[in-house]
Design a protein around this ligand. Sequence first.
Ligand code: ATP
Length: 458
Amino acid sequence: EEKTMEKIVALCKNRGYVYPGSEIYGGLSNSWDYGPLGCLFKDNVKNAWKRKFVQESRYNVALDSAILMNPEVWVATGHVGGFSDPLMDCKDCKTRHRADKLIEDFTGESADGWTNEQMQQFIADNNIACPECGGHNFTDIRQFNLMFKTFQGVTEDAKSQLYLRPETAQGIFVNFPSIQRTTRKKVPFGVCQVGKSFRNEITPGNFIFRIREFEQMECEFFCKPGTDLDWFYYWKDFCKNWLLNLGLDEANIRLRDHSQKELSFYSKATTDIEYLFPFGWGELWGIADRTDYDLTRHQEHSGKDLSYFDPETNTRYVPYVVEPSLGADRVALAFLCDAYDEENLGTEEKPDVRVVLRLHPALAPFKAAILPLSKKLSEKAGEVYDALAKKFSVDFDDTGSIGKRYRRQDEIGTPFCITYDFDSENDGCVTVRDRDSMEQERVKIDELEAYIAEKIDF
Ligand code: ATP
C-alpha cells in the first residue's frame, strides 16, 4: 500500500493530531493546530529530545529565553541585513517562487551562496520553467527578509520595532556569560533550548514540514578551539542515534555534508540529516561547526566580553560552537510518515485493511487504552484507568465492538490495548494486546505499570 501525504494529513485531521489553523474562518494559509493527540505526541517528541540532550547528558544544561529580544541582537547576527530568500514571481500565473529552490529542484544541488545575478542567469541559461504553468516569464529576483516584525509599547515607530525570533539559538549566545557564571560549567558544555521560532517563509508547505510559526530544538555546544571538529562528529553521531533509537527507519535517513561552496562563510563543517518524506528528501536536522562566529559578533556589537577563562591553562578564549538544530514539527512529521502503515489482514479478493501508526511507544500519544469487554465492566476498568493515568497518558473506550476499538487505537498509534474482561475481577489479570504483532498476553493488573514503563523506555 502506498504511503502518501494525503493519507497522513487526513489521518491527522480526522483523529485529532493536527487541524488546519483557524478553520471556521476559512483558515490561515499554512498554519496548523495540534489537536488532543497531536499535542501529546509533540510533547513526547520534545521530551525525548530533552531527556537525551539535557537530563541524561553530562555536558548540557537547559534554557528558556524570550521570543522578543533587543533588536540589536539581529543586527549583530546579520539577520536584519541578510536573513532573506531570493524571491521571484512568474509573470504569467503570478505564483511566487524561491529562485534557489527552483535551481535546487532542477540540478539536485544547492544554490546557497549564489548571487541574484548568478541565479537569474542560471535559470535563463537552463530554460527553467515555472512549475505551476510552465512559463518562462519571471520577474527579477529580489531579496525578501524572513523576519516577522512587530511593535512594543504604544507607539508604532521605528524605535519600538521588534522581531519575532527566527531561531532559538541567539537566546543561548547572549546568555552564555550568565549561564557559565551561574552553573560554573567548564568548557566543553552545551546549552539546550526548545521553543517557537518564526519565519515569514515565501514557499511554506508540505503540511508541517515548512511553516511560518514552528518549534526548534537547538543545542549550542561550547568547546575549545581545535577540539571543535571532534565534537562535530560526536554530535552528528549522537543526533543520528537519537532518531534511530526512536524507531526511525535507517533506510529513510541520509547524512548530507555541505560542500565547500554551500557552507556558510563562518562554518567549518555542516551536515544535514535528511529524511525521505513521501514528497522527497528534506532536511530534518542541521549540525554545524559555527566556529566562534556568534560569540565574536555579539562581543563586538555589544561591547561585552564573552570570552571564557580556562582555569586549566590560565588563558582566555572565545569558545567554538557546534550546533545541532532540529525542527520539532519537522521531526514529528518524519516520525508520523515513518510510522504510517497499512496492513491487509484479509485476502486479495476480500481485503481488510488495518491502518496502524507504528510509533515508538515513547512517542505514542497514549501508552495504552483500557477497554472493558462489556459496559458492565466499565466501573472496574475505570479503576485500572485511574491508576495508570497517574503515570502515563492513557485512553479509555467502552463503545463499539472490541475489534473496532482495537482498530481505532491502531490508527492513532496506541501501543497496548488492555482488555478488562469477566475473569479480571477473579484473577486480577487483564489481556494486553500488542499493536504491532497483535499478540495477546495475560498480565497482572498490579504489574501493568512496570510492564508499560519497560516498553516505553528508549
Ligand atoms: P530550509 O533550508 O529547509 O529552509 P534552514 O536550513 O533554513 O532550512 P535552519 O535555519 O538550519 O534551517 O533551521 C534548523 C532546523 O529548523 C531545520 O533543520 C528544520 O528542522 C527547522 N526549520 C527551519 N525552518 C523551518 C520551517 N519554516 N518550518 C519548520 N521547521 C523549520
